[in-house]
Design a protein. Structure first.
Length: 134
């Protein structure tokens, strides 16, 4: 369900030499936990580049504004400060994927009941009291 009123979130992020967001330094939440989670996830996956595709290393402010009249979200990007970031840092989204892949995978449990030994469906369904015999 869409929010009924205007929502606004802000994130201050760092980027690497590819333009990937590497970390979120700070954020300002809206009143909607759902909107906050969606924009946080979007900020972690963002690429920030100039219109011609170049990257200006630095810290940026990402703002997300939801307009309930149009049901659209507008994202704006503004350079806060140039430089001062690790150009070789891994992108935040890639870092999260690597953490998930590093976790051991639990084995798939075998079913406790062999489906071939289950009783026939007719044998376990009771007829309803109002149903007439067929």
């Amino acid at each position: 369900m869409l929010p009924k009123h205007v929502e606004h979130t802000e994130f201050v992020v760092e980027i690497n030499r590819l333009g990937q967001v590497t970390r979120i330094r700070s954020h300002r939440d809206s009143d909607s936990a759902t909107f906050n989670a969606q924009t946080y996830g979007n900020a972690l996956q963002a690429f920030i580049r100039t219109p011609d595709g170049h990257v200006v290393l630095g810290t940026y402010r990402l703002t997300y504004d939801f307009d309930p009249k149009t049901a659209r979200v507008r994202r704006d990007v503004a350079l806060v400060s140039q430089g001062g970031v690790d150009p070789d840092a891994k992108g935040a989204a890639i870092e999260l994927i690597d953490k998930v892949h590093a976790q051991p995978v639990a084995p798939i449990a075998e079913p406790s009941v062999d489906p071939r030994s289950l009783p026939e469906l007719k044998g376990i369904i009771e007829p309803s009291p109002t149903a007439s015999p067929s």
